[in-house]
Design a binder for this molecule. Structure first.
Ligand SMILES: Cc1cc2nc3c(=O)[nH]c(=O)nc-3n(C[C@H](O)[C@H](O)[C@H](O)COP(=O)(O)O)c2cc1C
Length: 319
């Protein structure tokens, strides 16, 4: 859970409780990623994973980005900040891969695409299990060199892990899992809207080898999500989630707030440029306690996310 929620304390607590905790490399430098791995190793001797964003390959329409930027100027003025400037689109991928190959954790997972077969093999040669997130049968086919596929349904909170910025054909988890299960022999991790032990038991009965859970951990004390984000998940004012490009230029599911409602229709498919442009808005709004301009990532089952220690949540899900 890039963007703050994932911490060494959360990953270690999940692994210690019998799950597999994942750290997030997304938006971080390779050096910060290394520090998180060291901190997690200091907290647990159990296996854990690192999640890496693939560099964005989509073409970006600079004119559409400029128009969206202009649209957001009043938001910036209201919050008293300047809009951000688009920066590197590769999320320090090459340096992260080099560092991870040097000293890998037990699992490495990829989202927003699939690494080359050479990179996958290099991790496998080191005994690391390679997971690739897929959101369609085409992506499942393209990721066949991976050891395990994470099948992410449309219910999932946060970014869609699809290989492109497109949201076309987002399938619900159970339907996608059945299709992928019949297509590839890989063990499958199911992700999206899983929040109870009944959900986990059901998804395992449909052929998943494991359940991946994000939103259910956002409110726990080990999560580094902002106070605004944690509070919004339990705030009766927020009644639903929607998929939007408004915050980052890539489809992601979050609580329906004012920013999402007012800007989704105009937001271009331009990740990560839009992510950089809106970053100061989101930061300032979180600091000012204003949930209406924060990307409140949440899966469809967000109402069931408990405020409880991570170990208790793992225990609750595996009951
Ligand atoms: C706050 C948040 C941040 C996320 N960040 C990432 C990420 O960095 N990488 C990734 O592969 N998935 C990310 N996801 C998606 C999760 O991996 C997972 O697919 C999703 O949380 C499952 O659905 P659920 O939220 O309904 O449990 C994120 C989800 C949330 C809620």
């Amino acid at each position: 859970m890039a963007g703050g929620a994932s911490t060494p304390a959360l990953a270690a607590a999940v692994s210690d409780a019998g799950g597999v905790g994942f750290l997030a490399a997304g938006y971080k430098t390779a050096a910060a990623m290394r520090e998180d791995i060291a901190a997690t190793r200091g907290r647990t001797s159990r296996p854990f994973g690192m999640n890496v964003f693939m560099p964005s390959l989509d073409g970006i329409d600079d004119g559409a980005v400029a128009a969206y930027r202009d649209r957001l100027v009043p938001e910036a003025e209201r919050l008293g900040v300047d809009l951000g400037t688009p920066s590197a689109r590769d999320d320090d991928y090459t340096a992260k891969i080099a560092d991870l190959l040097d000293d890998p954790p037990a699992f490495v997972s990829f989202t927003f695409g699939c690494p080359t077969v050479d990179v996958i093999r290099a991790f496998q040669d080191r005994g690391t299990t390679v997971v690739v997130t897929v959101t369609s049968t085409d992506e499942a086919r393209a990721a066949s060199a991976a050891d395990v596929l994470c099948v992410q349904g449309a219910e999932a909170g946060g970014h869609r892990g699809s290989f492109t910025n497109s949201v076309d054909g987002a399938l619900p988890l159970r339907e996608l899992l059945r299709l992928v299960r019949d297509l590839v022999p890989h063990p499958l991790i199911a992700a999206g809207g899983l929040a109870t032990s009944e959900d986990v038991a059901e998804i395992l009965s449909l052929g998943a080898a494991a359940a991946q859970v994000g939103t259910a951990f956002v409110r726990c004390p080990e999560s580094g999500a902002s106070a605004v984000h944690k509070a919004a998940l339990a705030d009766p004012r927020f009644i639903s989630t929607a998929m939007t490009r408004a915050f980052s230029g890539r489809p992601a599911r979050g609580l329906v707030n004012r920013f999402l409602t007012e800007h989704s229709a105009q937001a271009p498919a331009a990740y990560p440029d839009v992510h950089f442009i809106t970053a100061p808005l989101r930061r300032a709004a979180a600091a000012q306690g204003d949930p209406d301009v924060v990307n409140l990532w949440a899966g469809e089952a967000f109402r069931l996310a408990p405020e409880a220690p991570a170990a208790e949540i793992v225990e609750m899900l595996s009951r």
